[in-house]
Design a protein around this ligand. Sequence first.
Ligand SMILES: [Zn+2]
Length: 161
Amino acid sequence: MQQIIQVQTAEGPAEIRGYIRGLDDSLRKALHDKHKLGSSKQDSLYFQLWDKVQPFRVKPHSDALWTMPSIPESHKRNIFKYRTGQIWNKNMAFQRRMSYMPGQPIVRDTRCPLSRGDDSQGHIFGSCMHPDMRKQYIARHDKAMKTVIQAFTKGSAVLAI
Ligand SMILES: [Zn+2]
């Protein structure tokens, strides 16, 4: 018996007809080429920036982190959130009229709780001037540089984190 699956794509509703064994790999294979972007919001700044760099990606290396067992799933989720502009910050809480942390009141400004700078994911990951955050940036940079140097020293083209 043939299965018919209806999906919503950016171009509108679509039907997949055929045999699909499950909702995991076989569904992905059936959908991927035609509908890999799904109903993603393609007019956003993040999408446009992501789309611009596609010709310059080296696919095996750009996508390697998703299959590396040494990277915890929680880190992969955060990387995905960062790439799509979904790291929770006070600016997002303010726009949604929500609290920044569970149990706290609804936020009334977009200021970073540590430095009082304008909060965003860019602020969290690179421009917060609070001394504790600066220490984290330096430690992260040192760790990344040690990994790169180690890979060059070993003569490996693939970084082993
Ligand atoms: Zn800050």
